[in-house]
Design a protein around this ligand. Structure first.
Ligand code: XMP
Length: 508
């Protein structure tokens, strides 16, 4: 497969470059700048990302220029461009004014293959503290804005380019044209990275890896584990043994509904009802992190016991996706744990199973596309994310089976209404939270003193940041009425209007 290598210098936009290249149906990989892989014949070009560093800083990351520049097509973005300019003998210095935000190209050299079809006035997104004051000899300007003369350059006689702005960012209106020009036009990559080709090569590779052995996989009802299971199923059929644990903290009817869907899909799946065991370990626990740890530990115990009944299992299938892989070997190191997100399917070392991770190279949107291509129903593929510890972290304070039942009813009314009003797919994640307080109300002539729930619905791309959804008032009014009328024990509904940051999506 024709491949582009993206070397990461720590920019917040590096993953975005990769996603945009993949959108062009070209395969690419991100590697830290100091761990460059062997560049084989499949590698058709290299991109240097941006960085929070100035290339004049003493501890600035040093790109491995020799062996790449002049040998393979190379595109430096922001820091990458500045470094190339400095390395060649140019002058990079602090901008007089910090250049951040929208700008327009006032000069474009359409003869340059990188700038083909990019119009004058094209809007570009700048985000840099340094500027390329002077280009080295033999470097030619290919675009400028009114305040940045050396906004883009090409090294004469080479397929080496630099862009001071970020073509990968949505606000750079011709950014995709620029990236296509580089990846397809300059590097000559064939646009062969499609869900279908991924499925074919992955199924083939899984057959080779697994052979005649048995594989165990924990299904969670989520997109990643479902798609991983379907790929493995296609590769090794009933050698795949799936386990779906009911922790008693799922949505209303979810365990039975999802289990039925899995069976319809032909998966060899065993449903394990362990609800009581989870309720027991959660009894008396109020601290969110202790809840997560207790649930994670119990899950491993239940899964472990079930997996052991599958005699001679040699492999553990997991739905690990590319952002997890990048994160674990990133320039910055693993990011700080704000909430310890337990990994459903994580097993103790002593089980000594080999890992099979068919989704290791995919971004979330690619997992969905592969899932659709595999024929998985939209109701499974388009499901909102749901936390591993489930409703336990949406019941503030102690979790009891009775509180779970109340919250399941409330959540069900909210989610069903979102679907009924065509809002479900417009929302990234939605759910309800049971608060640890009671409030006074009046029903008929009676004074009530009952529970309060909060509804949460957010828009997001990856869950790292989120904004609360501006759901229509009429819709919220209807949902609130339905909840108070139908769920015994609830007399007040609130709507959460906090963004992340500073709030988080879940309340615990
Ligand atoms: P926060 O609350 O950190 O949530 O803004 C971001 C995303 O992560 C999900 N989440 C979890 N997922 N185990 C999980 O598997 C957890 O402990 C956990 N906590 C939060 C949350 O639902 C949202 O999609």
């Amino acid at each position: 497969m024709d491949t582009i290598i993206i070397l990461d210098f720590g920019s917040q936009y590096t993953q975005l470059i990769a996603r945009k290249v993949r959108e062009l149906n070209v395969y690419c990989e991100i590697h830290p700048f100091n761990k460059v892989p062997v560049l084989g014949d499949d590698v058709k070009g290299v991109i240097f990302s941006g960085s929070p560093y100035s290339c004049n800083a003493a501890d600035a990351p040093v790109p491995p220029i020799e062996g790449i520049k002049g040998r393979l097509p190379l595109l430096g973005v922001c820091y990458g461009a500045q470094y190339l300019a400095k390395w060649g003998g140019g002058r990079v210095q602090k901008s007089q004014t910090r250049e951040y935000g929208r700008a327009n190209l006032q000069f474009v050299d359409n003869e340059c293959p990188l700038m083909k079809d990019v119009p004058m006035q094209s809007q570009v997104w700048m985000s840099h503290g340094d500027t390329i004051e002077q280009l080295p000899d033999g470097y030619r300007v290919i675009c400028s804005t009114s305040s940045v003369r050396n906004a883009g350059f090409q090294v004469e006689g080479e397929l080496t380019f630099g862009l001071q702005f970020h073509p990968e960012v949505h606000h750079s209106t011709d950014g995709m044209t620029l990236l296509r020009n580089f990846v397809v036009g300059v590097c000559g990559c064939r646009q062969e990275w499609t869900p279908q080709s991924f499925i074919e090569t992955t199924v083939e590779a899984l057959r080779r890896q697994v052979g005649n052995d048995k594989v165990v996989l924990g299904l969670s009802g989520g997109v990643d584990s479902t798609v991983a299971a379907m790929l493995l199923h296609r590769a090794v059929g009933n050698q795949l043994h799936c386990i779906f644990v009911d922790n008693g903290l799922l949505r209303k009817n979810e365990f039975n509904d999802v289990l039925e869907s899995y069976k319809d899909m032909g998966l060899n799946v065993k449903g394990v009802d362990a609800s009581q065991r989870f309720y027991e370990v959660l009894s008396g626990v109020t601290d969110p992190e202790r809840k997560r740890k207790a649930i994670g530990k119990t899950f491993v115990e239940v899964f472990d016991a079930e997996a052991k009944t599958i005699v001679d299992a040699k492999w553990l299938g997991q739905g690990t996706i590319y952002p997890d892989v990048i994160e674990s070997s990133s320039v910055k190191g693993p990011s700080q744990t704000i909430k310890s997100h337990h990994n459903v399917g994580g097993l103790p070392d002593y089980m000594k199973l080999g890992l099979v991770e068919p989704l290791r190279s995919l971004f979330k949107d690619e997992v969905r596309r592969v899932g659709r291509q595999l024929g998985i129903k939209d109701t499974l593929i388009g499901r909102h994310p749901f936390p591993g510890p489930g409703l336990a972290i949406r019941i503030l304070g102690e979790v009891t089976p009775e509180k779970v039942r109340v919250l399941q009813e409330v959540d069900d009314i909210f989610i069903t209404s979102l679907r009924k009003h065509g809002l479900y797919d417009k929302v990234w994640q939605a759910g309800a939270v049971l608060l640890p307080i009671q409030s006074v109300g009046v029903m008929g002539d009676e004074r009530t003193y009952e529970r309060v729930v909060a509804l949460r619905a957010v828009e997001s791309v990856d869950g790292m940041t989120a904004d609360w959804c501006h759901l229509p008032y009429d819709f919220l009014a209807q949902v609130s009425n339905d909840i108070i009328n139908c769920v015994k024990g609830v007399n007040r509904v609130c709507y959460d209007i906090s963004s992340k940051p500073p709030a988080t999506i879940e309340w615990e």
